[in-house]
Write a protein that binds this ligand. Sequence first.
Ligand code: HMG
Ligand code: MG
Length: 301
Amino acid sequence: GLPSRVRIHEVGARDGLQNEKSTVPVDVKAEFVHRLASAGLTTVEATSFVHPKWVPQLADAEELFPRLADLREQGVRLPVLVPNARGLERALALGADRVAIFASVTESFAKANLNRTVDESLAVFAPVVAEAKAAGAHVRGYLSMCFGDPWEGPVPVERVVGVAKALEAMGCDELSLGDTIGVATAGHVRALLTALTEAGVPLATLGVHFHDTYGQALANTLEALRMGVTTVDASAGGLGGCPFARSATGNLATEDLVWLLRGLGIETGVDLDSLVATSMWMAGHLGRPSPSRTVRALAGS
Ligand code: HMG
Ligand code: MG
């Protein structure tokens, strides 16, 4: 069966904007996050405390995050990415109470994204997770390249299970399975979720993070929902890809996801018209139209 409610983990302000050629001014980012929250999104990933030279688009994290304090007081969840102890320290200093680490399942992407091997990066994350938990923060663990890798090709499910178990053992509260380059198909999703379930990873703690490169993101999402997943990552207007992975195109658009879920009678709390208006507004700032089919269909109506 299908769940009656799905929690959307909105990543547009982070995963979306990190991949834009131009850097969006901090005022626009702050307004974007506020608009996403007022459209009914309850989890809005805000920014990353990574090295500013690696992701210049998000170098203003220290300026942006304090401007979102009113949202946190209202109960909006504002997770931020931290790649290491330095990132965690920066995030905690500003009062962040939800952080996300991001591991790669493949060696090539671990090197490209974190400048480490998979094992070295896990060794960096372990004390970061422990320290975040000790500070009372909720920790999400991303797994990138869960289905295919631009350098290594298809990724065996056992590799994903291994990294998932490692992140779970560190104390991550939630995991997100990233199809970073968007090559997954529904059968592969079923195989991976089956392998994770058999390995004792509860689907209730899993989110899915699809990219729409081959137009499969919604089919993959539906398969994951049928198998018991209830958290889905999406990016308003379909913003973003990944600057460190060739051939990564946009994330699943939040509007496309909401259209699917609304049709299925699944609750999300999101006001689609308000979200479309926000993505149109952001497209104006970025100077290019949203790739989301739903945004385009509803924009003229
Ligand atoms: P490194 O160069 O190996 O860093 O980068 P290092 O540990 O050797 O340190 C070098 C210098 O950087 C030091 O300064 C550190 O203090 C500084 P120095 O002593 O030379 O003056 N430094 C920092 N400064 C500020 N904030 C920090 C920080 N860390 C070190 N956090 C590092 C290693 C991890 C830092 C770098 O590779 C990095 O920042 N990577 C982040 C890349 C990134 O953000 N990628 C995108 C997110 S992942 C993704 O998009 C996938 C996902 O969306 C899922 C999906 O879509 O599938 C999650
Ligand atoms: Mg993504």
